[in-house]
Design a protein around this ligand. Structure first.
Ligand code: ADP
Length: 419
């Protein structure tokens, strides 16, 4: 089946077409047929498409809304230009899988979208006011473009962390805030953490019960997850993606008292302070230079800038601290898995995070670490007790897989009911 994977954000619509089904999934022989994105720059939309052969095509178009953008990209996929011979008309797209940021407490797994599910996603808007509305617009646009015959599936960033126990997800706040306002930790990047955990178990030929890992998703957004028996038992992000590790522009953990103190000192509202914590903090805030780790590493090498060094040190220190905390809370792990733009591509950051973890049995293999840039493999020595791996994440692939599974299950159940 040809699955269109959609990630509908506030200023962009990203897509991939992936050919998959249960048999291809079991053989890991899914095929990515094309991908691309449409970004809005004011009134104009810029479409960047990658054909099946990998050639990049760029177009400017007047696309007033998500539905027109979706219609535009589907016509491109079906055209000869994309090189996707499997899809010659929109009718050859068999299903649509949507990335949905927040599933709250309602959704513990991916699910076929019905009116009730859509209402549930709307109910979670309070928890992700910047993300869920765009995700919903993407779903409605797809319903408009493909009609009711084409099944759609929602895959939630939060779902994988649904298995966290109460003692990990509750904050030490007045308990009735939880009941009244759903104040708790949810965790994010679940699709990425789950993808690399599943990939790790298949690489090592482990059952999910045997999978005990700490996964480090280090990109612009960063989070760590403690995975015990294949299930998430803790993660660093909280009620929102602001908690936890130091990120590109987000602060991660801070003393909450800072918010009202800075609001008073600078004459800002608490909402304005929160915007600064999200957009002007993290690597950017400390370095005063950029949120881009590649640039920071270059700057440190070329100019030995003090604040750049601090930004990198604080980033790595916090990551190491979470690894230590999770090792303690989950009673040890078999491996640490690095993923995300920084985790996949920066041997230097991985080495800094792993340095000093010898007490936990981790011995980094310098050569392997240096060699694995954007590639999958082990970066610890064979005799390590705690291993380290790099596994490039592929959230779209997991969304396509879940979409195929959900639809197969639905047909299965529909078949059973009619008997
Ligand atoms: P997002 O979270 O937006 O998906 P990515 O996962 O693509 O972001 O990660 C972006 C981060 O990865 C940036 O900080 C970027 O500098 C960093 N990055 C990409 N390549 C390298 C590299 N070779 N060395 C260090 N950092 C890198």
């Amino acid at each position: 089946m040809n699955v269109l994977v959609l990630n509908s954000g506030s200023s962009s619509l990203k897509f991939q077409v992936i050919a998959t089904d249960s048999e291809r999934i079991s053989r890991s022989s899914e095929e990515r047929l094309c991908r691309g994105q449409i970004e809005w720059m004011g009134a104009e939309a810029i479409a960047t498409f990658h054909t099946r052969a990998g050639t990049r095509q760029k177009f400017a178009a007047a696309l007033p809304d998500i539905a027109s953008a979706l219609d535009y990209l589907v016509r491109w996929i079906a055209s000869e230009e994309s090189g996707v011979t499997e899809v010659q008309t929109a009718a050859e797209i068999d299903a649509v899988g949507h990335r949905v940021v927040h599933g709250g407490e309602l959704f513990s797994e991916s699910t076929v979208i019905t009116n009730e599910v859509l209402r549930g996603i709307e109910d979670c808007i309070d928890l992700a006011p910047l993300h869920n509305p765009s995700n919903i617009q993407g779903i409605r646009a797809a319903q408009q473009v493909f009609g009711p015959e084409v099944p759609q599936v929602a895959v939630f960033d939060t779902a994988f962390h649904h298995s966290m126990p109460e003692h990990a997800y509750l904050y030490a706040l007045p308990y009735h805030w939880y009941g009244r306002y759903n104040i708790r930790r949810f965790g994010f990047h679940g699709t990425s953490h789950r993808f690399v955990a599943e990939r790790y178990s298949s690489l090592r030929q482990l059952s999910s019960e045997q999978t005990n890992l700490i996964t480090m998703h280090l990109g612009n957004g960063c989070s760590a997850a403690a995975i015990r028996g294949g299930r998430s038992v803790d993660t660093s992000m909280g009620m929102t993606p602001l908690e936890g590790l130091v990120m590109g522009t987000r602060c991660g953990d801070i003393d909450p008292a800072i918010v009202s103190l800075i609001a008073a000192k600078e004459g800002l509202s608490t909402q304005e302070v929160e915007v600064i914590l999200n957009t002007q903090s993290g690597l950017l805030g400390i370095s005063g230079l950029t949120n881009d780790m590649r640039v920071l590493l270059r700057e440190l090498k070329d100019h030995e800038d003090r604040r750049t060094r601090l930004a990198i040190e604080i980033f790595c220190y916090r990551a190491k601290k979470y690894i230590g905390a999770f090792l303690a809370s989950m009673g040890g792990a078999d491996a640490i898995v690095f993923t995300g733009g920084i985790g996949e591509n920066s041997p230097e950051i991985r080495a800094r995070i792993c340095a000093g973890l010898e007490w936990a049995g981790l011995k980094l293999d310098r050569n392997r670490n240096q060699r694995l840039i954007g590639l999958e493999g082990q970066i610890s020595t064979e005799d390590s007790i705690l291993h380290a791996f790099v596994i490039p994440t592929d959230e779209e692939m997991l969304i396509a897989r879940d979409t195929a599974h959900c639809i197969a299950n639905k047909w299965h159940h529909a078949g059973m009911e009619s008997h």
